[in-house]
Ligand binder design. Structure first.
Ligand code: C2E
Ligand code: CA
Ligand code: CA
Length: 442
């Protein structure tokens, strides 16, 4: 491996003997070589990644970057205080190697100390620069045969997106299963649309004022190659960043409109709600494609409700709002899904061109036992009404909740107590089993 200059202009020479506190390598391979050549097995490895460091290296002044790097090294050295070796693995990536297997509590204390130190670096404090470090740790050999694997386990812990991610994670063998499952899903999902492996289920919503079911929400499921139904919570996040999301959203719209065309035609007040990924709204062609589809299928736009969840696309709010404004211009309704969770704020309520608010089920579920949740649900209902929007309470699992929501002035209830999501043919027979007013019979 050729030496690379370090921040002080010296050569970062590969050193196979980690008796020095500070070592420089060009990557993971050099690090693994070092571990292989160690006289005793190392006991704990910690990897630190500063998010988007390569971007910082481009935008920061060279002299300032060198000072930041210098402070970083000093901080890492001070933290291990001669008890471990510190490695520069790549830009913004560092490793710390102990020859002893640290107990879990000590690993956590070291990680917390490092995170606090890195987040509070004086250069950053003074310049307003924010570093976002993440740490992954593997301690003990945990039945792992080779050093390569062992180092990868620390990276796996670092990359595993645990919520809430504390900034660090200790390797657990299940993490590998999760990652393997993700890659298998990605592989199997490629082409799933062409292979017609997606199916739609529909969940009715109860109109609390009219005591009838006048709307349904289309919910996608994926029949994987083994024939198992996979939940959208599992596969949708994997598609979010791919171009497939627009295609899939249009498929849902088209398929549900075809499957429910007769039902929709019977009553102009009936509504079909579909979930629209915020990513799809950012696609410049999305609005045009939806418009074409509405014309092609001869759909009444007022029978369509697009449910939108605030997500990363809110960062690009002007494009999102623009698309939603255009869609509403066609006569299509917009619903704020999962209201009350994530970052959905009053600003969101103020800016979103919406016709409906869906209160997240986490509030509905506890509203009969928690005075706070009850109050919040009531306030959201009242506020939304004052802003001219209707309100759906999601996740109603008991009749008592439905009755209370009715009393509170909520417009619709959607949840297992009304009906679980079902296939189109079951939906039609479920409608038949409803009473004259349309209320489901129990
Ligand atoms: P969501 O839009 O909030 O949909 C409601 C979810 O809550 C559905 O889960 C539904 O089955 C579930 N649910 C309904 N009533 C109850 C209840 O009483 N109790 C409980 N515990 N759960 C209830 P599902 O079908 O697994 O969908 C999960 C999420 O996946 C949806 O959440 C939505 O965000 C997303 N999704 C589903 N279909 C699509 C789609 O076609 N496109 C996009 N972009 N996202 C979709
Ligand atoms: Ca929804
Ligand atoms: Ca929801």
């Amino acid at each position: 491996m050729s030496p690379t200059p370090d921040i002080a202009g010296n050569d970062r020479t590969l050193q196979a003997d980690p008796s020095h506190d500070r070592l420089y390598f060009g990557g993971i391979t050099g690090l693994v070589d070092c571990i292989v050549n160690m006289s005793s097995l190392p006991g704990t490895f910690l990897v630190i990644e500063i998010e988007r460091y390569s971007e910082l290296a481009i935008v920061l002044d060279e002299g300032f970057l060198a000072r930041v790097e210098n402070e970083l090294w000093q901080l890492l050295d001070a933290q291990v205080d001669g008890r471990a070796s510190v490695f520069g693995i790549d830009a913004g990536e560092f490793g710390i190697l102990w020859t002893r297997a640290l107990p879990r509590s000590e690993c956590e204390a070291v990680a917390r100390g490092l995170l606090n130190g890195l987040r509070g670096m004086s250069l950053c404090r003074h310049s307003g620069l924010q570093l976002t470090p993440r740490i992954g740790i593997v301690t003990g050999w945990q039945g792992i045969a080779r050093p390569q694997e062992w180092v990868h386990c620390a990276y796996l812990a670092l990359k595993t997106n645990q919520r809430p991610f504390a900034g660090f994670a200790l390797y657990q063998p299940e993490m590998a299963d999760g990652l393997t499952r993700k890659w298998e899903l990605r592989r199997d999902l490629a082409g799933a649309l062409d292979r017609r492996e997606f199916v739609l289920h529909y969940q009715p919503r109860l109109d609390l004022k009219r005591d009838s079911c006048t709307g349904v929400e289309a919910l996608i499921r994926w029949k994987d190659p083994r024939g198992a139904l996979v939940s959208p919570d599992e596969f949708m996040p994997l598609l979010e960043n791919s171009g497939v999301i627009v295609e899939l959203t249009l498929w849902v719209l088209n398929q549900s409109a075809v499957e429910l065309s007769e039902w929709l035609e019977q009553d102009p007040d009936r509504v079909l709600a579909i979930n629209v990924s915020p990513r799809a709204l950012l696609d410049p062609l999305f609005v045009t494609l939806v418009t074409e589809l509405i014309q092609q299928e001869n759909l009444d736009p007022s029978q369509l409700m697009l449910e939108v969840t605030e997500g990363s696309a809110w960062e690009h709010r002007s494009s999102t709002l623009d698309s939603l404004g255009q869609l509403r211009g066609l006569g299509v309704g917009v619903s704020i899904d999962d209201f009350g969770t994530g970052h959905s704020t009053l600003e969101y309520l103020r800016l979103m061109p919406a016709d409906e608010v869906k209160i997240d089920r986490s509030f509905t579920q506890n509203m009969l036992t928690s005075a706070t949740d009850h109050l919040l649900v009531q306030q959201v209902i009242d506020l939304s009404h004052q802003l001219g929007m209707t309100v759906v309470a999601e996740g109603t699992e008991s009749d008592a909740q439905v009755e209370e929501l009715r009393r509170m002035g909520c417009d619709f209830a959607q949840g297992y107590s009304v009906a679980r999501p079902m296939q189109q043919r079951d939906l039609m027979s479920w409608k038949l089993s409803t009473s004259a007013e349309g209320v489901p019979q129990t």
